[in-house]
Design a protein around this ligand. Structure first.
Ligand SMILES: [Zn+2]
Length: 349
């Protein structure tokens, strides 16, 4: 079979390798579609460490068909051969403090597809025994399925922020995830959803997906606009997945006792200094971390599948591209540079 292998920083190759065989509890999946995750370009550039003992198959967003099941896998995962399936991006140890509480996304010994587990950028892949497998309903296309992981992350991010009905929430960029969070905030009853982005095409899509107000990070004084929209107070909640600069910017938009969910804080060389004393002590702001899409207690993934199946969360408008897997370098380029109005890029093995 063919696969994209990560050899090291900046060194990914499309090569022919042996098709894996499923061991006990494992599932062999014929991959139908893979996604360019938010992290894939950074992994490709070597900012996340992949395993050093051998090249790893890239890709943590994928969907396919179960074609062979190892001993006990049918019962263990609750699936049968021929089912359309996908797996969450983390496989967990089940034994650590966090796994035992259902917080497997915080596992002390996590295995991540595309990093230390072979991922989905291949004709076939293995879902290991300790992975979390979901069956795909017929209503969800392969193209939409590769965005379910992000949808689950979007639900978890907004819920971590404790959004309450009628509140004002600012979705601060966040790429593809931002457009999902716009929809989640609307469904969860936000009174006003303000979507801030630097890309005009994404702002248009955000508006069509339910954002009440869109603001350009390039042209608008977003802090002043959010204050104006809220009678000078500031917003209740900011949700973010981006650079460290966003934390400083978002903290200035919040009302006193406002909440900020930090979905990522990618290091930036020109990040402004944040005066935590001033923003936390005097304004009683709350900063909340968020990683991946929550564990068993959050059950975000199952709810993401259900909302997408019903059409309440729309993914097709944001999965803008589909390229052959062999063209992965071009897919990375399109995604990084956002050319051709790219939002989410997918590939077909
Ligand atoms: Zn664990």
């Amino acid at each position: 079979m063919h696969a994209v292998l990560t050899y090291g920083p900046g060194d990914m190759r499309y090569e022919e390798i042996e098709t894996p065989k499923p061991g006990p509890g494992e599932v062999l999946v014929k991959v139908a579609r893979v996604g360019m995750g938010i992290n894939d370009p950074t992994i490709a550039e070597g900012h996340w460490p992949t395993r050093s003992d051998r090249p790893t198959v890239a890709g943590h967003e994928f969907a396919g068909v179960a074609v062979a099941l190892g001993k006990g896998a049918e019962r263990h995962h609750g699936i049968a051969s021929g089912d359309r399936v996908l797996a969450e991006q983390v496989a967990f140890c089940r034994a650590c403090f966090y796994c035992r509480r259902g917080w497997y996304h915080l596992c002390e010994r996590p295995q991540l597809f595309g990093l230390n587990l072979d991922g989905g950028w291949a004709d076939y892949m293995i879902f290991p025994e300790n992975s979390i497998v979901h069956r795909l309903p017929a209503e969800i296309s392969d193209g939409a399925a590769i965005a379910l992981e992000s949808t689950s992350c979007g639900i978890y991010t907004v819920e971590r922020g404790g959004l309450r009905m009628g509140e004002t929430v600012v979705v601060l960029g966040g790429g593809f995830l931002g457009l999902i969070m716009v929809q989640v905030c609307t469904i969860m009853g936000a009174g006003l959803v303000v979507y801030c982005e630097d890309d005009d095409h994404r702002l248009q899509v955000g508006s069509s997906l339910g954002a009440h107000v869109t603001l350009s990070l390039r042209r608008d004084d977003v802090v002043a606009e959010v204050r104006r929209l809220t009678g000078g107070l500031g917003c209740d909640l900011v949700v973010d997945h981006g650079q460290t600069e966003a934390i400083e910017l978002g903290s200035r938009m919040l009302r006193k006792r406002g909440r900020f969910v930090v979905g990522a804080a990618y290091a930036s060389t020109n990040a402004p200094k944040i005066e935590f004393g001033a923003i936390c002590n005097q304004n009683e702001l709350t900063f909340i971390g968020r990683t991946m899409s929550g564990g068993a207690d959050a059950a975000c993934f199952a709810r993401a599948i259900e909302y997408v199946r019903r059409g309440a969360i729309k993914l097709d408008p944001v999965v803008t591209h589909n390229l052959p897997l062999a063209d992965f370098q071009r897919a990375l380029d399109i995604s990084r540079r956002r050319i051709e109005h790219a939002i989410k890029v997918s590939m077909t093995p």
